[in-house]
Design a protein around this ligand. Sequence first.
Ligand code: MTE
Ligand code: MO
Length: 198
Amino acid sequence: MAIVNRGFVGRRDRDAGRLPPGQYRTFDFPVLSAEPTPTIALEAWRLTVQSSDHRAHTLSWSDFQALPHADVVTDIHCVTRWSKFETRWRGVSFDTILGELPWPADTYVMAHCQGGYTTNLALDELTDGRGWIVDTYDGEPLAVEHGGPARLFVPHLYFWKSAKWIRRLRFMSEDAPGFWESHGYHMHGDPWTEERYS
Ligand SMILES: Nc1nc2c(c(=O)[nH]1)N[C@H]1C(S)=C(S)[C@@H](COP(=O)(O)O)O[C@H]1N2
Ligand SMILES: [Mo]
């Protein structure tokens, strides 16, 4: 009895402080999409990175697969108040993507998705291993309802910033609102300070 009790307390201690304010923990993996789930063939998949002066660098699926991948294990937090702990992803860091560019990056990025969803981020939020383009979840190719074949993954911000079905990363010299940001969501979206709405 004492052992069971100690084990339980131990788990609670380990998870204490892990839930941002106003969030609850879920063990499911909810699907949240503002648009219908698209069909994306790998042969047709492209990731275009666009400079603020309209130069473009495009990666095919095989170009993207040839870039170094790494594992990311972390918690995720949706603004609708669910958090999921210890999610396991694999992908290419934004630092690696930046290293591929033949021109300099700019201060802000608009992520554009197949289907029209957009979200804005400061470049600072994506560098130093904090932003990823992921193609694998829990050891399997990323399921289409979760943004496969590849999605943006920025887990330290609310999950609406992790754009599914990413197609284009457009650099900007000034910040501008994406889809949810222009409907009242916060421009930044830090779950620890509850930057839910602006
Ligand atoms: N293209 C696209 N990306 C999106 C969304 C969307 O509607 N369309 N929803 C966002 C929101 S609000 C959340 S919480 C997460 C949900 O990701 P999931 O469906 O894999 O849980 O995706 C984000 N990325
Ligand atoms: Mo969300």
